[in-house]
Write a protein that binds this ligand. Structure first.
Ligand SMILES: [Zn+2]
Length: 225
């Protein structure tokens, strides 16, 4: 690995040992300080430190580059100020970094689109599973349950968990929970202080009746007559 060229941002007045000129930066050589033109670095552009990714890229792209340091009296050491690199290398590096930002944004959009299409697929599969077990379940209820399951499931719970969600036992539990909350006074019982086990006992028969009717393909309306 070759060492970086080092250019110094001088603290004191100085003169180029070759041309007698001066400048903001110098390159120290055996014979003394050289200005950038005399050191053949005059075409390079200063890129201040601060954006590590941009600096790394510009340095990689640039055919010639140098590290710019300045002596710190308080810390008693040279500190890195930035780099010198070719103008078009800096420009290309800036474009690449910009592309990264855009690429990240696009990836996020794609992820969101994929997730929502997973939700849609999960919802459709869950609705189909409900209909096959409970053909009498009103379509609006099927949709509601499937949507609820999808917002909790699909992409976020992973493939195997999603597969488990479509198994008859799991579908039965989800539908029974919905019936308990919407077709019985279970929630009111809980609100009035009845404990959960007792409340479940109180509504068990009603839940079984509704599930039985839906399983037979009988719309619930018939039960309410
Ligand atoms: Zn010079």
């Amino acid at each position: 690995m070759s060492a970086d060229l080092v250019v110094v941002s001088p603290v004191k007045k100085w003169a180029c040992t070759s041309c007698g000129g001066t400048g903001d930066l110098l390159k120290m050589e055996d014979g003394g300080p050289l200005c950038l033109d005399c050191a053949d670095l005059g075409h390079l552009i200063f890129l201040p430190s601060g954006d590590a990714a941009l600096t790394r890229r510009a340095k990689r792209i640039s055919g010639l580059s140098a590290v710019v340091v300045r002596w710190s009296r308080t810390r008693n050491r040279y500190e890195r100020q930035g780099i010198l690199a070719e103008a078009d290398a800096i420009e290309r590096a800036e474009q690449e970094c910009l592309c990264d930002t855009e690429a990240r944004a696009h990836r996020r959009e794609r992820d969101q689109a994929r997730r929502s299409s997973e939700d849609v697929r999960f919802q459709a599969q869950f609705a189909a599973a409900i209909r096959s077990l409970f053909p009498g379940c009103p379509p609006a209820r099927v949709d509601e349950m499937a949507r609820h399951a999808a917002t909790r499931g699909s992409g976020r719970i992973g493939r195997s968990a999603a597969a488990r969600a479509f198994q008859p036992d799991a579908v039965h539990l989800a539908v029974a929970a919905s019936v308990r909350h919407l077709d019985t006074n279970y929630d009111q019982l809980l609100m009035s202080g009845v404990d959960r086990a007792a409340a479940r006992d109180r509504v068990r028969q009603r839940v079984e009746d509704v599930l039985g009717a839906w399983r037979e393909g009988i719309p619930t309306l018939d039960l309410d007559d």
